[in-house]
Ligand binder design. Structure first.
Ligand SMILES: [Zn+2]
Length: 300
């Protein structure tokens, strides 16, 4: 059995298990100023499944193109299904999930779906992985969303960038609601792969999973059990490693996917503190850093 993983930028990956092709998120077509990932959604000619972690545009956009061109089935929340139906995808291509489902993907590959959490977008955050951010703890929804901490829409001083961003957001399908974040564990005869696409988790939901490979999102203010982490992104990755205890870990959502409002956290320099934290809390896990479309072999 041959298992390969391609990073397609942001939290989007293509996983192949022999002939089975699975997209993890579908956001491939980004703003023109973002570094190209080497393929466009319209160029995807083979896909059996698309798993959507949540319904924001930077995860779901492109799923309608891949589903229409390949006939792939899409697994996602009710909100993901609603957005895709509005985009013209037939209902029989949509598999609704909220966590607890176990889908067969081929004769020997299945996926289990788990409830997860979105990062705290209402909360103070840092794009410097090792920077500790404290506070915003114990707030109710009205306090969270009325707070001046809620970040404004990405902006730029460059009128061309502003225009490109507006055109991009207009062209992307997506929802202002997360739809409820989901995590996935793909089970193959050679091992299992955990995937989520935003920095959050219910620790007691995932604490016994023990995947061989974990793909963990590193962006924003991580959400642990419904509260913003009192710490850093680096510590969140360490927390995921010590909870899941995978052999290998890959990161997602940490590239410069929407400049100027994002910055690159995927360089070796940016990842150095992550490696230090992993060596401290879970030294057996190997953090594998990959570029776009490298076709990395997994579970060998
Ligand atoms: Zn999101």
């Amino acid at each position: 059995m041959t298992v390969t993983l391609d990073w397609l930028g942001c939290a989007t990956f293509r996983l192949t298990v022999d002939d089975l092709v699975i997209f993890l998120d579908a956001y491939i077509d980004r703003v023109p100023s973002a570094p190209p990932v080497g393929i466009a959604a319209a160029e995807v000619d083979r896909a059996d499944y698309v798993f959507i972690g949540h319904s924001h545009f930077d995860h779901i956009a492109g799923a309608e193109i891949i589903a229409a061109n390949t006939g792939a089935k899409v697994i996602g929340s009710n909100e993901t299904a609603r957005v895709l139906i509005e985009s013209g995808i037939p209902n029989d291509q949509l598999l609704r999930a909220q966590g607890g489902e176990h889908f067969r993907l081929s004769d020997d590959v299945t996926v289990r779906v788990y409830p997860s959490l979105h990062s705290c977008i209402w909360s103070t955050a840092s794009s410097i992985p090792k920077e500790v951010v404290l506070g915003d703890y114990g707030l109710t929804e009205d306090q969270r969303w009325s707070s001046p901490r809620v970040r404004p829409q990405p902006s730029s001083d460059d009128p061309q960038e502003v225009r490109e961003m507006a055109e991009h957001l207009n062209s992307c399908i997506g929802s202002s609601d997360t739809g409820g974040a989901l995590a996935y564990v793909i089970e193959t005869p050679q091992g299992s792969i955990f995937y989520h696409d935003t920095s959050g988790c219910w620790t007691r939901v995932i604490s016994d999973l023990r995947p061989d490979v974990a793909i963990v999102a590193m962006a924003g203010r991580p959400n642990i059990d419904g509260e913003p982490i009192q710490g850093s992104l680096t510590q969140f990755v360490g927390r995921m490693a010590s909870t899941l205890r995978p052999k290998q870990m890959y990161l997602g959502h940490h590239d410069d996917w929407m400049p100027p409002s994002t910055r690159d956290m995927s360089s070796e320099e940016a990842l150095a503190p992550v490696r230090v934290e992993l060596a401290r809390v879970e030294p057996r896990v190997s953090l594998v850093s990959v570029g776009y479309m490298e076709g990395t072999r997994l579970l060998e």
